[in-house]
Each structure stands twice: as C-alpha cells, then as structure tokens.
Design a protein around this ligand. Structure first.
Ligand code: NI
Length: 176
C-alpha cells in the first residue's frame, strides 16, 4: 500500500473523461484501490477518484458516515465502485458546501439532485446497486463528476460562494 500524490486543479488529467476498467479483477486495479483507500484515509477526505491520483480510469472510493438519526439512504460506509453509472430519481436539487482534495483549502456551494440511484462493481467484481440521498448522493455525484473531467466549481451557480475554508465562519451555513 502507498499514499499517492493528489493531482491539483489545473492538471489536465482532472479535465478529461476517464476510461472504463476492462479487467476489474486485475491485480493492478486492486493495488490502485488499496492505494486510493489509504490515500483517502490519510487525507481525511470523503471521496477520491482515480484521476485525482493520476490514473485516468473509472474507479472511485467514498464514504458518508452520517449520523445515527440519518435515514439509511443518506449514509454509506467506505464504498469502492468500478465503472459506476447513475440516474437521477428526483429532479429537485439542494445546495451544500463541498470541498475537494484537488482544491485543498477551498469550499464551494453546489446544487445537486438529492435522490439518485447508482450502480457499479465492487472490488470483488460484484454489482452494487443503491439508492442514495443527502450527503451520500452528493459525495457519489462529486466523485462521478471526476470521472467525467468535471470539478465542482463547474457545477456552481453563484461564484461568490467559492471561498477559502478559513472564511467559512462568515457564512450562515458553514461547511461541515
Ligand atoms: Ni473531488
């Protein structure tokens, strides 16, 4: 296992569509997943996509621990998805502050659909299919966007809400 270097906004690998994984059982894919998990935990992040560690493949890892009172769809333990897909189940959006390991120190207020379904393969090659709401839906969509070459500022509708996290204290709804 290894802690990987994280690509920062401006590196071209973050701006292109990542390629499908053709052999999810390959040892190099399992090594990539192990290293991504170690990197995510070391950085104390919510999610990480393979392009963020300079690998243009469709692999994401994410977690949404949530609180006891949160409904089951709104939280998830650490999840690995290979070749994920998604569909929006309800068009209503909600806004929340997001951060990204590729934009360290920054926060942005992003509107996203709040009820989605996603599918993908886990590291054992089994299909995972889940409905997700709340932060769980948000973190999946953020990571899925990385696979499409999209960073969260491209989703923002009010650029005034693109701030340094040290200034979050001035906002009514501070970042989590
Ligand atoms: Ni990100």
């Amino acid at each position: 296992m290894a802690i990987l270097k994280i690509a920062r906004m401006g590196h071209p690998i973050l701006a292109v569509r990542a390629q499908e994984v053709t052999d999810p059982a390959a040892s190099k894919i399992h090594r990539l997943i192990d290293d991504m998990i170690e990197t995510l935990i070391d950085a104390d992040g919510a999610g990480l996509a393979a392009p963020q560690v300079y690998t243009s493949l469709r692999v994401i890892v994410f977690r949404a621990p949530g609180a006891d009172e949160d409904p089951p769809e709104a939280k998830t333990p650490l999840t690995v998805l290979i070749n994920p897909t998604m569909e929006v189940l309800a068009p209503e959006t909600a806004g929340a502050w997001e951060g990204c390991l590729s934009l360290a120190g920054l926060r942005g207020f992003v509107e996203r659909p709040q009820h989605i379904r996603y599918r993908g393969l886990n590291r054992d090659g089994r299909t995972i299919e889940r409905e997700a709401k709340g932060f769980h839906a948000r973190v999946f969509q953020h990571e899925f966007d990385h696979l499409e070459g999209i960073l969260y500022p491209q989703r923002m509708t009010d650029i005034k809400k693109f701030i340094f996290e040290t200034e979050a204290k001035h906002w009514q709804k501070p970042p989590p």
